[in-house]
Ligand binder design. Sequence first.
Ligand code: HEC
Length: 209
Amino acid sequence: MGSFSIGWREAILGILGLAFLLPAAPVHAYQDQEAERGSEVFARRCSTCHGDRGQGLTDEWRATWPPTHQNCWKANCHGAQPYPENGFTLPRVVPPLIGPGTLQRFATAADLYAYIRARMPFHAPGSLPEEDYRAITAFLLQRHGIPADGQPFDPETARGVPLHPVASREEKASGEVFVFIQRGLPWWIAGGIGVAGLLWGMIRLRRRK
Ligand code: HEC
């Protein structure tokens, strides 16, 4: 009886700490250098349509183009229709990729990567080198608040990297504090608190014996 009542508070503290440690341990995400290179590729190959800040094809972004290009749809500036091989029809609507509420349809980094690799750039799908697709994905992960962990982006392990940390509303209610602590504290501090809690509980247990 006595031994049960002694350590339970410390044990719970310790288990909670370890619970933080497990899911907060670094996921296999990407390297900073990759994201940096991805930002350059994005500027060259994606930003014409998706905007310099990933804001999408907004009027504000179109206004920065040369005047003769601002009304591409009418001016046929990408060649006479039907378009030549290297020309393309400018889409009317291009979704934003960076900012609140963007990329909602992709559950994991792997889904995002697979889509971009298969479908983008819109007018020439699959035309970029493989490492450019990885670098762009790394760049978008970075802009969505997913930290780099020093490991190169890998499409396989990317399945374990959720793009939106809290998926559903129910999860949100119970997960907010958890996610807040996870993101606010480096994993080794949260884990350290857990280990310290366990040790403390064990020391107290021994003292009472
Ligand atoms: C010629 C214009 C154009 C270019 C260049 C382009 N895209 Fe797109 N992109 C589009 C359009 C149009 C859509 C919407 C397609 C759809 O919904 O079927 C889209 C959709 C997307 C989506 C899905 C967004 C969502 O939330 O549904 C992603 C991600 C994306 N593009 C990434 C890229 C990347 C990365 C590049 C550069 C390698 C790129 N795009 C280059 C026009 C473009």
